[in-house]
Design a protein around this ligand. Structure first.
Ligand code: NAD
Length: 322
């Protein structure tokens, strides 16, 4: 039986990845600081461990696994990573985890680790025009991410690729762009735009007003979690190291995103634009490289993913209200 290790298995993408790997027939070990909040884990073995501690990381990487996914990170939506209040924690926690994981995997003679970097590592100067952002993989330098979260991601993707060059590893690096779906954080300050929008719309009546940070003209693309996992497993199993974007290239404004959610809910919603952290002005996944190298790219519409996500978040809102 093939074995897999998912670090960050108690998180949103990690939880979905465990399910997928189980479905594919793997024996799966999951590791996290916490269990999944929204669903029982399907991992065969789930260890609660702080991956900032080197001894813990050596203990969980106690054998060779067929597939290793490193998703653990201190992260959140704009309300967490763009306010500046958590910068030191974000950099220290995530960099320490990645240093420990790369080292422990190498010492255990594990050849290949998947690492989830982020589109937040792209230079802010290429993302000022909301209609025409440049997030091609080769546009990363000169580096100028707009958040410390992005700088840490850039450091860590370089770290995993340095192990490839110096220690004969075959690590794989993806740059995720705004992943969303059911069973993700939808409240509490670490949620991202699609979940926040679904929650706000679910909580009001038709004709009511919701708040939105910024003027809503900033653009983004959002990738449904199942397609993220498809790209993730395809990259890990391919003979190419990346870095590569795993994201949707269906770019919308935040106002359009809110409109889509309101339509799904069947509500008329007014938007009150308020000051708040918004990140870069425009961002979209450039999928030319993934198509060329993996012969695949995400194709599901944003609307389809939003329908599933809204249904789940509406259920959470109703359960909380009951
Ligand atoms: P998440 O926050 O839901 O999952 C990350 C998990 O890491 C959490 O469960 C957290 O408890 C765990 N973790 C944090 N510190 C830890 C520690 N010291 N020891 C053990 N576990 C620890 O985030 P996610 O959305 O599932 O993202 C997974 C990965 O993908 C992260 O590396 C993230 O930076 C990256 N990424 C995500 C997105 C996105 O839109 N979701 C976009 C770009 C990159």
């Amino acid at each position: 039986m093939k074995t897999a290790l998912v670090l960050g298995a108690g998180g949103f993408i990690g939880g979905h990845l465990v399910k997928r790997l189980k479905h594919e027939g793997f024996w799966v070990r999951g590791v996290d600081l916490k269990f999944n909040e929204h669903a029982e884990t399907e991992a065969d073995d789930f260890l609660i461990a702080d991956l900032r501690e080197q001894d813990n990381v050596r203990a969980v990487i106690d054998r060779r696994f067929d597939e290793v996914y490193q998703l653990a990170a201190d992260m959140g939506g704009a309300g967490y990573i763009f306010t500046g209040e958590h910068d030191a924690d974000i950099m220290h926690n995530s960099a320490t985890i990645n240093l420990n994981v790369a080292d422990a995997a190498h010492k255990r003679n594990i050849k290949r680790v998947f690492y989830s970097s982020s589109a937040c590592m792209y230079p802010a100067y290429n993302q000022e025009d909301p209609d025409n952002p440049n997030c091609a993989e080769n546009s990363a330098y000169p580096a100028a991410p707009d958040s410390e979260y992005g700088w840490e991601k850039l450091f860590s993707e370089r770290l995993f690729l340095a192990y490839n060059r110096n220690h004969g590893m075959q690590n794989r690096v993806a740059r995720y762009h705004n992943i969303f779906g059911p069973e993700g954080t939808w409240t509490g300050g670490k949620e991202k735009a699609p979940a926040a929008m679904c929650r706000k719309v679910a909580m009001v009546r038709s004709g009511d007003t919701i708040d939105m940070w910024g003027d809503g003209l900033q653009t983004r693309s959002f990738l449904y979690v199942d397609e993220c996992l498809e790209g993730t497993t395809r990259l890990l199993r391919s003979d190419w190291e990346g870095p590569v974007n795993i994201g949707s290239d269906e770019m919308v404004t935040l106002n359009q995103l809110a409109g889509m959610v309101a339509d799904i809910a069947g509500k008329t919603i007014h938007i009150n634009h308020i000051p708040g952290p918004t990140g870069v002005r425009g961002r979209n996944s450039d999928n030319r490289l993934i198509k060329e190298k993996l012969g695949w790219s995400p194709s599901q519409t944003l609307l389809k993913g939003l329908e599933k996500t809204y249904e789940w978040i509406e259920g959470q809102v109703m359960r909380n209200a009951a």
